[in-house]
Ligand binder design. Structure first.
Ligand code: SF4
Length: 237
């Protein structure tokens, strides 16, 4: 007699394997399309060293990269080391970045983190996630961008845009950004993480915007989901 429990468990395993295989196939297809579309890719935030990269990423929270670059181009020509920002003091930093959203909070973080970098790290940006995430205003996403773009360490920085696209492309269950990071790291080879982070951001800006899903027209979804009939609705981050 067939053991029903065993059969059910085998079936569940198989359907899980099937699902995983599909995700892996989708990930490969997406990576191929992104490589064709964006063979080389520029880091969108302008900086002149790792410290200014850290500052730019911190400033980019809830603000566009273009806005950050417009503001920082007048700052980094003169101020580009922690000691420069400590010397400036909070009020002057606020004035310099006042065109950027939540500038008071960001100015406070910049001032305090610059002080810590001088006191604890000899004016250098530390090279570990733990040390970076202990700095004021620096979360896991900012630390990941600095580790990858500043130090070349493989990291997969997930912002709300990447989280949205990964959900829409069926690469994650969309629970939260931590889960998305875990899922994408499992699906893509480590050597591709840094580039993919930027490629997905660029694709999102060009085609897969927060408010709109074009449903059936984009290359990625028309290839991965040829039978899809309706636009996608995204769960919140
Ligand atoms: S169809 Fe286009 S806009 Fe919609 S989820 Fe797919 S890539 Fe994004």
């Amino acid at each position: 007699m067939v053991n029903e429990k065993k059969t059910r468990s085998l079936f569940n395993e198989r359907s899980y394997e099937f699902q995983i295989m599909n995700e892996i196939q989708r990930a490969k297809t997406i990576s191929k399309i992104l490589d064709q579309k964006y063979p080389t890719i520029k880091v969108p935030l302008k900086s002149r060293n790792v410290f200014t990269l850290l500052i730019s990423v911190l400033l980019s929270a809830q603000c566009t990269d273009v806005n950050v670059n417009n503001v920082t181009k007048n700052i980094y020509s003169k101020y580009y080391k922690p000691k420069h920002f400590v010397k400036l003091g909070r009020r002057k930093i606020e004035k310099l970045i006042k065109k950027i959203g939540i500038f008071r909070i960001k100015a406070k973080s910049i001032y305090n983190l610059s002080k810590i970098l001088i006191e604890k790290y000899n004016g250098k940006v530390p090279k570990t996630f733990e040390e970076l995430e202990n700095l004021p205003g620096v979360g896991h996403k900012t630390a990941s961008v600095v580790m990858s773009q500043g130090f070349g360490y493989p990291a997969f920085a997930i912002d709300t845009h990447i989280h949205r696209l990964a959900q829409r492309w069926g690469l994650t269950n969309g629970k939260n950004v931590m889960q998305t990071e875990k899922d994408l790291k499992n699906l893509f080879p480590k050597k591709k993480w840094n580039k993919l982070h930027l490629q997905i951001i660029y694709y999102g800006r060009e085609y897969c915007k927060a408010r709109d899903c074009y449903g059936l027209t984009c290359k990625i979804c028309s290839t991965c989901y040829p039978n899809r009939k309706k636009p996608i609705k995204t769960k919140k981050a």
